[in-house]
Design a protein around this ligand. Structure first.
Ligand SMILES: [Zn+2]
Ligand SMILES: [Zn+2]
Length: 154
């Protein structure tokens, strides 16, 4: 939004595994990141690969959309029928990180960042060259309210 360094190519559609939840959003292509925090890993069965989106995520039908308040400042959306992890969003300011894998078209996504790298378990590591930040670095850079919650605090 205020940050001119990111790029987008318009609105894209996406949805969950079973198709009950469909949405459209405007992803910032160069914000694809992985969060290794304990909450994201437990919630998504691995590092949460997500893209920041501009403005609101628009849902075609919210009847199967579940929302779980995972911390004081954030909540997570998922499909109540098939369990697909869909998004992380802040409660009191406009910030949406949508699962990269929920989009129908991932063309142009650039994997730029890994956060909570200090919480990453030892059994995997990405070979991509990314900007890696510890949880403390994330909190220092953007403030607690804009970062993913960690397992201990959620
Ligand atoms: Zn579903
Ligand atoms: Zn996280």
């Amino acid at each position: 939004m205020a940050d001119g360094q990111t790029s987008t190519q318009g609105r894209r559609t996406g949805g969950c595994l079973c198709g009950a939840v469909r949405f459209s959003a405007v992803p910032r292509l160069d914000t694809l990141g992985a969060c290794h925090c304990g909450t994201c890993r437990r919630w998504s069965a691995g590092p949460f690969m997500c893209v920041e989106c501009e403005g609101e995520v628009v849902f075609a039908d919210t009847s199967a959309l579940g929302v779980y308040r995972s911390s004081e400042w954030a909540e997570r959306g998922f499909c109540t029928r098939c369990g697909t992890s869909l998004f992380y969003r802040l409660v009191d300011k406009p910030y949406y990180a949508v699962s990269a894998e929920a989009f129908d078209d991932r063309e142009g996504f650039v994997f730029t960042t890994q956060v909570f790298i200090d919480e990453k378990p030892g059994y995997y590591a990405f070979a991509n060259r990314t900007n890696d930040m510890t949880g403390a670095e994330v909190f220092a850079a953007v403030g607690a309210a804009a970062s993913h919650d960690d397992g201990g605090k959620a």
